[in-house]
Design a binder for this molecule. Structure first.
Ligand SMILES: C[S@@+](CC[C@H](N)C(=O)[O-])C[C@H]1O[C@@H](n2cnc3c(N)ncnc32)[C@H](O)[C@@H]1O
Length: 395
């Protein structure tokens, strides 16, 4: 029986969602962070649970050819990145196969129609928003860093390789200047959001700051508190992909419904192909920006519904040609799935940053009569465990 501190030899078969390599020892799954499929690892057991164990690499007997030296000095400590130690093609291959595996296990679809993951044009320097904690220690030393170990510790960082150059410049300015948080003196600990504005390179540290970005010639106003995508470099690939689906439909006098729409990102970018665009969003502040975005982009026949999707979905009685849903990580509830089937769109486009809840919902949708046409991962967050997936369904 495996014990804590045992040194074991493990062959790594694949990478679990979250980034750890997985192998077996005496039939028990052993998770080994920072390993790569095909490697044989000598690992020290550090935790044993009922169905699995966790082990730490002591040595690698046959390093994979895909292995590379992680460029960031905090890799393995900051808990943000999990794939810096392998080449990018391998990371994309792993993410694609994780989506396939999740849909087989959680949506019970054998051989799900997963297309290859679309890469991000920039492996590093893509995040235009980061959350950090500032701490002043007893000796007056300042920490600016990521919150780690279940929020217990702040890891001081000079710079973050996945953050944009501007975000790193702000971080260094903060570190090198005596920073007065909103006019308040003697603040010893403070959570900060650093965010970059696409037009003015404006940086908001104040909660009330309003931001502006242009994407495909459309203007988006938003704030630090409203959802806005954090990686702009992959937008074009995503929009081109959605257009390739939409332009194949026979759309005349067409209706689009954008559920969980935030400040209107998808509905506004696709609006030229529809006569009517209806938006549903729970957050009042986001709806205020959405109204402004509709006006500044001259979108006619738009309707904004500031409500919970589940509360109003049954009242959406128009014949929608396309429905887009982009719910929060928790996914959508049974009532929403049932209503989507009754609305009978030509295409249902489900976008998610949580493939597990998406798989659960897609099982419900297929039981309600939808056919899953394709699943396309987009690598919105290179080097991290996260995967964005676009599912295309039809009735
Ligand atoms: C993942 S974000 C997507 C936003 C938008 N599609 C975009 O790409 O910018 C999810 C959005 O759903 C909103 N939301 C969360 N729960 C909701 C609900 N029950 N009904 C309507 N909107 C909701 C959130 O406020 C957030 O703006």
């Amino acid at each position: 029986m495996l014990k804590i501190d045992d040194l074991v030899t493990i062959e790594i078969d694949n990478i679990a969602f979250g980034g750890s390599g997985v192998g077996r020892f005496d039939g028990l799954a052993v998770f080994v962070p920072l390993s790569i499929p095909g490697e044989t690892i000598e690992a020290r057991v550090i935790e044993i649970k009922k169905n699995y164990a966790l082990a730490k690499i002591e040595s690698i007997k046959n390093p994979s050819q895909k292995r590379q030296s992680p460029p960031c000095q905090y890799f393995g400590k900051c808990q943000g990145c999990v794939y810096q130690h392998m080449d990018y093609k391998e990371e994309l291959k792993i993410k694609t196969s994780q989506v396939k595996d999740i849909f087989e296990r959680l949506a019970h679809i054998s051989d799900p129609p997963v297309l290859p993951a679309t890469p991000c044009p920039h492996e590093y320097g893509y995040r235009n928003k980061v959350r950090l904690r500032y701490k002043q220690l007893k000796d007056n030393k300042k920490l600016f860093g990521y919150i780690i170990e279940n929020r217990k510790r702040t890891l001081d960082i000079e710079s973050c390789l996945i953050a944009s150059p501007l975000i790193n410049k702000i971080l260094s300015d903060l570190r090198n200047n005596d920073f007065d948080f909103f006019g308040k003196q003697n603040i010893r600990s403070h959570n900060l959001t650093l965010i970059e504005d696409g037009i003015n390179s404006y940086t908001a540290l104040e909660k009330k700051a309003e931001l502006k970005a242009t994407v495909n010639n459309k203007i988006f106003n938003y704030s630090i508190n409203s959802f806005f995508q954090v990686n702009r470099s992959i937008f074009n690939s995503l929009i081109e992909y959605l257009l390739s689906i939409i332009t194949k439909l026979d759309l005349q006098d067409a209706y689009l419904c954008d559920l969980y729409c935030g400040v209107g990102f998808f509905g506004i970018l696709l609006s030229e192909h529809f006569k009517h665009v209806h938006f549903v969003e729970q957050n009042r502040v986001s709806c205020r920006f959405l109204e402004k975005n509709i006006k500044e982009n001259n979108i006619e026949n738009a309707k904004v519904i500031n409500a919970d999707t589940e509360a109003i979905i049954e009242s959406l009685t128009n014949k929608y040609d396309v429905i887009i849903i982009d719910p929060p990580r928790s996914g959508c509830d049974d009532k929403v799935c049932a209503s989507l089937a009754e609305m009978k769109p030509k295409k249902l486009i489900y976008i998610s940053c949580n493939p597990a809840t998406m798989a659960r919902d897609i099982e419900k949708l297929t039981n309600l009569g939808f056919t899953l046409e394709s699943l396309k991962p987009f690598d919105f967050f290179p080097k991290t465990k996260h995967i964005e997936v676009v599912a295309i369904l039809r009735l």
